[in-house]
Design a protein around this ligand. Structure first.
Ligand code: IPE
Ligand code: IPE
Ligand code: MG
Length: 237
């Protein structure tokens, strides 16, 4: 875990945890085995982020488009999420991870929704904040926010002229969380797939040729080192 340790890591890293299916296929295993391996990878990377002093880790776990997959695969992913959250609730004090969930949770099972709410309310000001994107879509998030603002206008609480970028952000799932400086997509795909469309306006993207279950702390070091080599201009010179 070499080169990036001496540099200050980004405060907020976001990861599209992609490539579980291909990892399983390479080994002749069912896709669910790939998701189980992906969950292990997540545990490893969340711990490493805490070691590095990264304050926010946002992970794309299930998109609004992932419902297109087979019932079997979806059930397998939901089972893994349930298991992970039960374990996280048990080990809350030890892991010192604070949870938030980005996405429309109402489509999840009542049991899973309750686990999410419990994890969110029981984990307070810990070292790392993990933002779990579940039934999350960047477009869905923006529509959801626009609707919430419009409702306040309809109720006479706000006027349309009041709306600024800063105010709009308060209606996003990510309200209060700074934008990610770095977004990492493993698996070799070079697209955003509806992830953090608003928040990643000026993020540095690092695409990596490694499948998520094979992603190690060294890969994170590599992505952070690449981030440090970038020249961020935000439209300036
Ligand atoms: C990411 O891995 C996990 C989810 C989208 C839930 P994939 O399942 O998309 O893996 P590939 O892209 O098929 O390899
Ligand atoms: C993005 O991966 C969503 C998650 C990792 C949860 P996908 O595998 O769903 O994206 P596409 O289909 O390759 O664009
Ligand atoms: Mg994929």
């Amino acid at each position: 875990m070499a080169n990036s340790e001496s540099l200050v890591p980004p405060q907020h890293i976001a990861i599209i945890m992609d490539g579980n299916g291909r990892w399983a296929k390479q080994r002749g295993l069912p896709r669910t085995a790939g998701h189980a391996a992906g969950a292990e990878s997540f545990r490893r990377i969340a711990n490493y982020c805490r070691t590095l002093g990264v304050k926010y880790l946002t992970v794309y776990a299930f998109s609004t488009e992932n419902w297109k997959r087979s019932q079997d695969e979806i059930a397998g992913i939901m089972r893994l999420l349930r298991r992970y959250l039960e374990e996280a609730l048990r080990d809350m004090e030890k892991n010192r991870v604070c949870f938030r969930f980005f996405g429309d949770l109402t489509r999840l099972s009542p049991q899973l929704q309750k686990l999410c709410l419990d994890a969110q309310s029981r984990s307070q000001d810990y070292d790392v904040q993990v933002n779990f994107c579940l039934n999350y879509g960047g477009r869905d998030e923006i529509v959801h926010a626009a609707r919430a603002f419009a409702e306040e206008v309809a109720q006479g609480k706000r006027s349309p002229e009041e709306l600024t970028e800063g105010l709009f952000e308060n209606f996003l799932y990510s309200a209060g969380v700074p934008d990610p400086e770095l977004v990492i997509r493993p698996s070799g795909e070079k697209r955003i797939s509806n992830f953090l469309l608003w928040q990643s306006a000026y993020s540095e993207y690092v695409f990596m040729n490694v499948l998520w279950p094979d992603f190690t702390p060294e890969h994170l070091d590599e992505a952070i080192a690449e981030y440090h080599r970038r020249n961020r201009r935000f439209g300036g010179t």
